[in-house]
Design a protein around this ligand. Structure first.
Ligand code: HEC
Length: 163
């Protein structure tokens, strides 16, 4: 076999091999999650001044009200299958982070900074997923989104439009 064929074969093999997480990716992912502030909006207690560091990224107890879009709480990002990202594929998680679209095709409110996150490299996006997969799964469902004009039963922050 000519050398060029070997490298092509390798390239094809690599492209089709599922991404295997290296320890370095998890370390990098943890670093990125920390500096990108995911914990601000996804860790309970963060906005109340007492982040629950025993249950990081397990879902915020303070939501965001955006005029015309209702109220949304930062969901649980731990690998719990019922209330977290346990059933999401890597690709689905990366699409939510970079495009702001959930696995059901819903557009997230832009409080989730996906416009900034859209420039994440593939490598860094995968590192974030690798780290999220290592979190202890926490069973914690955040409140369902509240449609505009309806009452919330959990705390939230709001954008006030002055008249
Ligand atoms: C400024 C607040 C904020 C920051 C920072 C933030 N998020 Fe979010 N995120 C949200 C909110 C609010 C939602 C829910 C929006 C909605 O339901 O429309 C969300 C939704 C998501 C979802 C969809 C989950 C689901 O169950 O629907 C994922 C995945 C996600 N964020 C991951 C991340 C990651 C990873 C980071 C850091 C790299 C991050 N977020 C940083 C506020 C934030």
């Amino acid at each position: 076999m000519k050398p060029v064929c070997v490298s092509m074969l390798l390239a094809v093999l690599l492209a089709n091999t599922p991404f295997a997480y290296a320890e370095d990716d998890v370390t990098r992912g943890k670093y990125l999650v920390t500096i990108m502030g995911c914990g601000d909006c996804h860790t309970p207690g963060y906005f109340l001044g007492k982040p629950d560091l025993a249950h990081p990224l397990s879902g915020s107890d303070v939501g965001f009200e955006v005029p015309g879009a209702g109220i949304h709480w930062g969901p649980n990002l731990t690998p719990d299958r019922e209330t977290g990202l346990g059933q999401w594929s890597d690709k689905e998680i990366i699409t939510a982070i970079r495009k702001g679209v959930t696995r059901d095709g819903r557009h997230l409110i832009p409080v989730m900074p996906y416009r900034n996150f859209s420039v994440l490299t593939d490598r860094d996006a995968r590192a974030i997923v690798a780290y999220l997969r290592t979190l202890p799964p926490v069973r914690h469902a955040v409140p369902q989104p509240v449609p505009p004009g309806e009452k919330a039963s959990a705390p939230y922050m709001t954008v006030v439009m002055p008249h």
